[in-house]
Design a protein around this ligand. Structure first.
Ligand code: THG
Length: 375
């Protein structure tokens, strides 16, 4: 993909893509760019990339991430279906707990990397990354004659992220939220607005996600959080490409897709390949564990002047041979250098190795390093 550095384009609004329950508020707050994610508009900028980054690092930021749609599994086979869908063992997952779960196809390729929430013995949500997973889940359930309903419920996450998120959420809901464990959640309400409150979010700055379960009340929820956050410097933001690259949080469709195994991208820590029972992708994943993953997701320090954020993949070479691709690259304001995530052939993926990256600003030297960049 050849994109001139100063290229800009509009998005076309239409009936085919869904607005989020917070859409009107994000427009009123000055959203300047959207992407399409799970057939929904998702804000990606309010026009001040630098300010939005520092607000997330130092204060607190409010994100419309309603496009992280839920797939609900409801019925006596809900857990059996979830166990079939992921290589992660869910037998110890209790009601109120959330888990990050890779979902693979029969070749062991990544179809999605949702957060799983166990709402009840017989009710599970998969909080999706981009990608139509409902079609897959529903088809698997039906083909296996499982006793479970697969639907998309009215549930729209609003993320409150940053070091001051805890104070804001405690003011709204009470001090119990301070004790909530990472990825755990509770069903609750705010002035009559029903929601699921979870300690999670696509940043490593701490925070919560409010899954609104009445889409008609998006504006009210947004206003209540903004009002409580005002004394803490809250402002509108979006999932942040710089912070998430520093923290090595993965983006499905970008850093991995159905052609990539969880064992190649550092998600082996969320796989229990020998768990009891069957799961989709089992044979290929066990085989890849035994033979060794052919590629590895690594960090790169890229030399030279600050680069623009990557918009598409950048080829990586060593001694003239193609060895992989950069999937996410940003200039880190905290490390004062260009950082990237790249999927490289395993024999090239050793720390300290030197490679060549083809960026829109020309060829650059780069060095392989560990992920994450900032812990
Ligand atoms: N929250 C909710 N839904 C989501 C996301 C989210 N759906 C889409 C997308 N994000 C799913 N992908 C991820 C990727 C990474 C993480 C969460 C969701 C994440 N990972 C941590 C890590 O890798 O360090 C922690 C994993 C762990 O220790 O369990 O947070 O953000 N609702």
């Amino acid at each position: 993909m050849k994109l001139p550095l100063d290229y800009r384009a509009d998005i076309t609004f239409g009936a085919r893509v869904r607005p989020s329950p917070f859409f009107d508020r994000t427009v009123a707050a000055g959203c300047t760019a959207f992407t399409i994610y799970n057939h929904m508009y998702m804000p990606t900028s309010y026009g001040d990339a630098e300010g939005e980054y520092w607000r997330l690092i130092n204060d607190v930021s409010l994100w419309d991430v309603a496009c992280q749609r839920q797939v609900e599994l409801f019925g006596p086979d809900a857990l059996n279906l979830a166990q079939l869908l992921t290589p992660r063992d869910l037998s110890d997952c209790i009601v109120g707990q959330g888990l990050y779960v890779p979902i693979c196809n029969h070749f062991g390729g990544m179809l999605n990397d949702p957060v799983l929430l166990r709402l009840a013995e017989d009710q599970i949500w998969l909080s999706l990354a981009d990608g139509d997973l409902l079609l897959w889940v529903d088809a698997i359930a039906k083909e296996r004659n499982m006793y479970v309903l697969v639907t998309e419920p009215d549930a729209s996450p609003l993320a409150v992220q940053g070091p001051k998120a805890e104070d804001v959420i405690a003011e709204l809901f009470g001090d119990w939220v301070r004790e909530l464990r990472y990825f755990w959640f509770r069903e609750t309400e705010l002035q009559g607005i029903p929601l699921v409150l979870a300690r999670s979010g696509w940043s490593k700055q701490g925070g919560y996600e409010l899954y609104l379960t009445d889409g008609a009340q998006g504006g009210r929820l947004w206003d209540l959080v903004m009002a409580a956050g005002a004394p803490h410097g809250i402002g509108p933001g979006t999932p942040n490409q710089i912070e998430r690259t520093e923290s090595a949080l993965l983006s499905h469709g970008g850093d991995m897709d159905a052609d990539v195994s969880p064992l190649e991208i550092g998600l082996e820590r969320f796989c229990d390949l020998d768990k009891p029972g069957e799961y989709i992708g089992m044979e290929n994943l066990r085989h890849m564990r035994d033979s060794g993953p052919p590629r590895r997701l690594v960090g790169l320090f890229i030399d030279g002047e600050p680069l623009p954020n990557s918009a598409g993949k950048w080829p990586v070479h060593q001694a003239g041979a193609a060895v992989g691709q950069v999937s996410s690259a940003v200039h880190s304001p905290r490390l004062h250098r260009n950082i990237a995530m790249a999927l490289l052939k395993s024999e090239i993926a050793q720390i300290g190795n030197q490679v060549q990256v083809t960026t829109p600003a020309g060829e650059r030297r780069a060095e392989v390093t560990e992920l994450p960049f900032i812990r």
